[in-house]
Design a protein around this ligand. Sequence first.
Ligand SMILES: *[C@@H]1O[C@H](CO)[C@@H](O)[C@H](O)[C@H]1NC(C)=O
Ligand SMILES: *[C@@H]1O[C@H](CO)[C@@H](O)[C@H](O)[C@H]1NC(C)=O
Length: 567
Amino acid sequence: MVPSILLLASLVTLVVANPLNRRAMQLHESRTAIPAGFAKSGTPAPDTVVKFRMALAQTDPDGLTDALYDVSTPSSANYGNHLTKEEVEKFVAPKPETVTAVNEWLSEHGITAQPLSPTGDWIQFTATVSQVNQMLDAEFSTFTHSVTGDQTVRTLAYSIPTDLKDHVLLVHPTISFPSVFARRPVFSSPIKVNNPAVNLTSDAVPASCASVITPACVQALYGIPTTAATQSSNTLGVSGFIDQFANSADLRTFLTALRPDISPSTTFTLQTLDGGSNPQGRSQAGIEADLDVQYTIGIATGVPTFFISVGDNFRDGDLEGFLDIINFLNGETNPPHVLTTSYGADETDLSAALSIQLCNAYQQLGARGVSILFASGDGGVSGGQSQSCRNFIPAFPSGCPFLTSVGATTGVPETSASFSSGGFSNVFARPSFQSSAVSSYLTTLGSTNAGRFNTSGRGFPDVSAMGDNVEIVWQQQAGLVGGTSCSSPIFASVVALLNDRLVAAGKPVLGFLNPFLYSTGASALNDITTGSNPGCNTNGFPAVAGWDPVTGLGTPNFPKLLTAVGL
Ligand SMILES: *[C@@H]1O[C@H](CO)[C@@H](O)[C@H](O)[C@H]1NC(C)=O
Ligand SMILES: *[C@@H]1O[C@H](CO)[C@@H](O)[C@H](O)[C@H]1NC(C)=O
């Protein structure tokens, strides 16, 4: 006992005797190299003001994970008993001693923080470069991107006081560089509007779907009903970032041509945060945003749909938008039941701590019954976008196990789209819900690509949907787009329509999908067994029978899914 008392005494002396910033510090996060594309271009003026976020340790994150699986696993007695906002907040709120310790430290540096998330597990503050250089033992520099010319202030390493290491998870922006991009569907235009004549007494997919995919093709391929959803409480959210605006006139033209059976004035409700907006000038329409609203509203017939436009108020690299939309939805009493996002980054662009905390934020929504879907990326095994590489680059946030990653298919009958990103995370370990499916795949794969990917990581995507030659209307012209950007809204629409039927039957919505998809849901998907996703000078991964890191478990079969969810 004596030594520990002595130790305590000497610590007290240390704190009292040392002036500002003389707490014992320890390295918290660092990166060895500047990410590709960026170069150090200078030193910011010491009085440059930067906005920061800080993630604080949560009370019981593992307890939340247990609760999430308990309500999301079909064999569990609690399946569908989703948590309330308050129940989730008990797990994620920081402990009072954490809040006190962090605020003391900040105030020693003249900094006051405000809560960013509902429980204050994320806080935000502004500070000058000289303040944070001192507070974090950091060296913030200016980095310029060689292609975009964008300048960003970052540090390659930072420290925190040793006595705060259990309280502070991360400070951002520090070592994570701006990188989020849309899954960049490329628009080829114009084409003649092509709406196949659908034979209602036949299940056959119209012949024109081999070259142009329309809502009618998606409905025929997957057996998706054209009749309208009936439950107004069942909602679908579409994320909008980087000034990609969803255009109402384009949506109307699209619906008039390609969904003549529903009202052309069917539209979305706008939600905004961080000063987001959705201007409607024809030239302001975004390909990504137009695609995302056209293939939700055009497929999830009658489901109330929200376009959530995240602005740049706080932006210093678009990752803030990812963080903010999820904290915003975590704070909502009634978040949408399904959220689709066609934006992402490479896992290597983010610090592991930031990836993990974003993933934990998705977990909170999942526990409350929200299905979160992300496009897997368009670079095959080379990441979010095609790039040169030796080792495969996992896409972010697809490696997070608490969301459903959606890859892409092409053609009729469907085969893997070669751009469909898939692989294995280096940050997130393989979750138990997919351990059997992924081990089977690795056994089949043998030594192919050995050493280029992490065999213990979470495998993605989980599922897939049509993602090539998809017809949209953009700036009043019809054209074709391709990318997993198409696939995520389509799969999300299927989930929203299943939810509509579940709510109508007095049952809970599906929520976090993966434990269902890898168990009772697997046989309700069309297994895609051909094609591959080349990249990094390899043929990538082959699609095989069962799960594969190109098309996941497969594409939706609506009638079978209805049975699988118990309807
Ligand atoms: C529609 O499909 C049914 C069943 O395959 C077929 O008998 C019928 O001739 C088709 N009708 C048209 C107009 O093609
Ligand atoms: C492989 O993934 C695991 C997580 O499953 C991680 O802990 C490990 O660091 C990764 N290895 C590499 C080389 O990134």
